[in-house]
Design a protein around this ligand. Structure first.
Ligand SMILES: [Zn+2]
Ligand SMILES: [Zn+2]
Length: 264
């Protein structure tokens, strides 16, 4: 009888363990289908050892560049390219001139795309590290006025044209809207909205779905962070593609995930 009782207890525990790991497996599988499936399906073009290009929509490409960021080692960063009628606008540069040269010349030589303008997300090197190269090619640059002030104070390359709250650019007949919605990852970080593609590029203030913390906030504002993310969430209800500064792109769930990290 005692043995029988023990057997029951043991098998019950076994069942619980089995149930828990089954649940975990189902949750993980759902996670992969929902969030990572688009990542697996995307078409990747390897430009060099350090840069790959991913086609997101008919007119947009994500460039993923790898470079050493001091204190973090080799880091992958996201840049966005929006094209229309063989012209292109670049949003963020890879972290240095040489990588930016590789990207821009490849777009020009292999895809026949002429990069005519550039918009910086904020003043860090993973946004403006290749700006000198762009200026050398006579590519017009735009940024938040605060980004310009900080870049100048830090002795970095300085974007040419500043804006305060918002900026509207046209690429032929298509609109690009840039907004400053408050401090988060940095005090000057902006978001870029391309209505025709339903694409939002909040950059480094937005974390990828597998991020477990907000990352580098040394130049940011943790008090404002959740409020700024809330403004971003409510301003772009029709966003379908959301691109973080680093890691896999997704949808609006990235903003909700970032909000929960910012509220921790
Ligand atoms: Zn940054
Ligand atoms: Zn970053």
């Amino acid at each position: 009888m005692k043995n029988f009782k023990y057997f029951i207890k043991k098998s019950a525990i076994f069942e619980v363990v089995k149930f828990n790991s089954m649940k975990k497996l189902i949750v993980l599988t759902l996670f992969h289908i929902l969030f990572l499936f688009p990542v697996y399906c995307q078409e990747k073009i390897k430009i060099s050892e350090d840069i790959e290009l991913i086609k997101l929509t008919a007119n947009t490409f994500l460039s993923v560049s790898y470079g050493d960021i001091s204190g973090y080692g080799r880091v992958a960063s996201n840049e966005l390219i929006f094209t229309n009628n063989k012209e292109a606008i670049l949003f963020n540069t890879p972290i240095k001139d040489s990588l930016t040269k590789t990207l821009v010349t490849w777009l020009n030589d292999k895809m026949g795309l002429k990069v005519t303008a550039f918009v910086a997300n904020h003043w860090h090197d993973d946004c403006i590290g290749g700006l000198n190269y762009l200026h050398g090619r006579n590519i017009k640059s735009y940024a938040n006025k605060v980004t310009i002030d900080i870049a100048r104070a830090k002795g970095k390359a300085v974007p040419q044209n500043g804006f305060s709250d918002s900026l509207k650019l046209m690429l032929d007949d298509k609109e690009i809207l840039c907004y400053y919605l408050g401090a988060a990852h940095s005090t000057d970080n902006i978001v870029v909205w391309i209505p025709s593609e339903k694409l939002l590029f909040p950059g480094c203030m937005c974390k990828s779905i597998d991020s477990q913390n907000l990352g580098n906030t040394a130049d940011g504002d943790l008090k404002e962070y959740p409020k700024t993310i809330d403004r971003v969430i409510s301003k772009f209800p029709s966003a379908e593609i959301v691109i973080p500064g680093h890691g896999a792109w997704g949808g609006k769930e990235l903003l909700l995930h970032t909000k929960s990290l910012a509220n921790k």
